[in-house]
Ligand binder design. Structure first.
Ligand SMILES: [Zn+2]
Length: 376
């Protein structure tokens, strides 16, 4: 376990890039979509099924795992990979964003954040140093800096102060992370929707030096137009030769637009969460399986999809098990959604390598604008 994590670009088309991140636990083909395994499970999926959909890497949530079952307990049980039976790479977030969005009675200081658990009300502290320790105990392959993400809209001054705090925390994160061959540390750019602040943040991070860089502070309700507005320039402030990660994104069209703007990695709960609420994502857009029009429909969700839900079951069956609240409903739709997302990533990787990403994007939008197949 002495090998460094490296990033090799295999092709570019416009601003879009395809490549591979090599880790001791396997290669991550980029652009990559990371399913979210919040509490040491991608909900409704066996880990071997997640691998079958084509996922090279999962995301785990520091905030959830530190509260339950606890990072020290997972470490004693052999680390997160063994604990959840996932041998491929894992990226963990720093806990910062979820403390801000989920925990009660938060108190933010220069040192870090104290808060009450949303599960049992117990008191905890997260600092850059503790976040690095938790992520080391979990054994994650890609560790994220501890940062603060201000809620938008905010004044320029509030965004600037928050960003500068995050940059001081980034330096402390790097110091606390130390030298860990085989593990990577990513910095997180902040700065809201202000180009000067984004540039200042990127320069501070590059000075510290990281194995990869995330564009943070987006996908927090600002809308696609504002997000693409930032992505039109912000990735350009980051080194060309390191992976770029857009956190918490997104819908399929967000993902395609982000890749077109130079993003290499993304994660989102959307495909798994939608799968549990009867929403399917297909080449032709979103399908609501609880709709009565599917009750007698013997056709698959998507006749071109090779996932088990589409190969072996009808829309009528998927409709029935959703209405009857059977567990297989969430299992099949989650499998389909994750399969669709991974196929989308694979298609983009091939199109970028072939220099046909423009045509890919036109086809992608044309298929979606057709909408779902006509009812029988
Ligand atoms: Zn399918």
């Amino acid at each position: 376990m002495t090998r460094r994590i490296t990033f090799e670009k295999l092709g570019t088309d416009g601003k879009a890039r395809t490549g591979v991140i090599r880790t001791t636990r396997g290669d991550i083909r980029t652009p990559a979509f990371m399913p979210v395994g919040t509490a040491a499970t991608v909900k409704a999926m066996m880990p071997e099924s997640v691998a079958e959909t084509g996922a090279d890497i999962l995301l785990g949530n520091t905030y959830h795992l530190m509260l339950r079952p606890g990072a020290e307990r997972i470490a004693q049980l052999g680390g997160l990979h063994r604990f959840m039976n996932w041998e491929r790479p894992i990226l963990t977030d720093s806990g910062g964003f979820q403390v801000m969005s989920l925990a009660d009675l938060r108190k933010l200081t220069e040192k870090g954040v104290t808060f009450k658990s949303h599960i049992d009300g117990s008191r905890h502290e997260l600092t850059p140093e503790r976040s690095m320790e938790i992520q080391r105990l979990l054994g994650s392959d890609i560790v994220m800096c501890f940062d603060e993400c201000p809620a938008l809209p905010a004044t320029d001054q509030a965004v600037a102060e928050s960003m500068r705090l995050s940059m001081r925390w980034a330096e402390r994160s790097k110091d606390a992370f130390g030298d860990r061959p085989g593990h990577a540390l990513f910095g997180i750019m902040q700065g809201g929707v202000t180009p000067d602040l984004r540039e200042e943040s990127a320069e501070a991070l590059v000075d510290i030096g990281f194995d990869g860089y995330a564009v943070g502070g987006l996908a927090v309700g600002e809308g696609q137009e504002a997000m693409f507005g930032v992505l039109d320039y912000a990735p350009g402030f980051l080194p060309q030769d390191k992976p770029r990660y857009l956190m918490g994104v997104g819908k399929p069209d967000d993902i395609v637009g982000a890749v077109a703007r130079g993003i290499d990695m993304m994660d989102c709960v959307l495909p798994s969460r939608s799968g549990r609420t009867g929403q399917a994502w297909t080449r032709r857009g979103q399908v609501n399986i609880k709709n009565a029009r599917h009750a007698d429909d013997p056709r698959p969700l998507d006749e071109a999809c090779t996932c088990p839900a589409c190969r072996n079951y009808s829309r009528a069956y998927l409709h029935h098990v959703f209405r009857a609240q059977e567990m297989i409903s969430g299992m099949l739709l989650t499998w389909h959604n994750l399969h669709y997302y991974q196929e989308l990533m694979q298609s983009m990787r091939e199109a970028i390598a072939a220099g046909t990403f423009g045509a890919f994007q036109s086809d992608f939008h044309a298929q979606r604008s057709e909408g779902d197949i006509e009812p029988l």
